[in-house]
Ligand binder design. Structure first.
Ligand SMILES: [Zn+2]
Ligand SMILES: [Zn+2]
Length: 253
């Protein structure tokens, strides 16, 4: 399985519009971050976790040729607003794109993308999806996906564990009883917005504590705001922990 970080930025993306700070004006490629999403490629299939408002640019950058399934963490704008841009893959593949979301997220998707769910537009050209509700572990082409409920402020959102890897973006708290699901990992990907506390996001310090506690072989941080310089921040992290960056690829056995 190959993982690709399609985006590693917080909800606004980095640079932040209008900002002249040193990260937003940095010329280092790793200081540019599109909205957060992860792509999984295995068995000739392509699965994306979330479709961000940057999905089209991410797909062009990574030369994505197909999307076989979309798995959603939650329905905030930075994670879902690119759904319509998977249309060309539906046209090419000629089969409705399976999407996976929990009940709350599916309800929001149904409201935001009513025209897709209702299929009322009579002139063709509309995306067709095949919605699946997540209510426990599910399989995508022999790969077990284990949903992990975490708290994004008060909102329960999903992370996913698959192939000894876990992707947990957008959380401020991981409930105690959930922590065992994140033990024994090769790769742990965590939200780490910035250093300063935030009501709905984890910080570098909080995520480092989780890494110490959960002891994955490697950890990557994502959903990164403009407060964090890529290189400077990485220089201060332990060797098995790094800020991810757009386009970063990881091969898993
Ligand atoms: Zn987010
Ligand atoms: Zn800035």
């Amino acid at each position: 399985m190959k993982l690709t970080f399609l985006g590693t930025g917080t909800s606004t993306g980095v640079p932040l519009l209008g900002c002249r700070c040193s990260v937003c004006t940095s010329s280092a490629p790793h200081d540019k971050r599109t909205r957060p999403s992860l792509m999984l490629e295995y068995s000739g299939r392509t699965v994306v976790i979330d479709t961000t408002p940057d999905f089209r640019a991410q797909a062009l950058r990574e030369k994505i040729e197909r999307v076989d399934a979309i798995v959603f963490t939650h329905a905030h704008a930075d994670h879902v607003l690119g759904l319509d841009d998977v249309r060309p893959f539906f046209f090419r593949q000629r089969t409705p794109i399976p999407i996976y979301a929990d009940t709350r997220c599916m309800q929001s998707l149904r409201r935001i993308f009513a025209y897709i769910f209702e299929q009322t537009y009579a002139y063709g050209g509309i995306l067709k999806i095949d919605p699946h509700l997540i209510d426990g572990p599910f399989d995508l082409w022999e790969q077990r996906m284990i949903p992990i409920t975490v708290l994004h402020g008060n909102l329960p959102v999903l992370g996913f564990r698959f192939n000894n890897t876990a992707y947990v973006t957008d959380f401020s708290t991981i409930p105690e009883e959930t922590l065992p699901l994140l033990e024994g990992l090769d790769v742990l990907i965590l939200d780490a917005l910035r250093h300063k506390p935030h009501p709905t996001h984890s910080t570098v310090e909080n995520s480092l504590r989780l890494v110490e506690q959960l002891k994955p072989a490697r950890a990557y941080f994502t959903h990164i705001a403009h407060e964090l310089h890529h290189e400077e921040t990485n220089a201060g992290l332990p060797p098995n922990v790094q800020l991810a960056y757009d386009g970063l690829k990881i091969e898993l056995n």
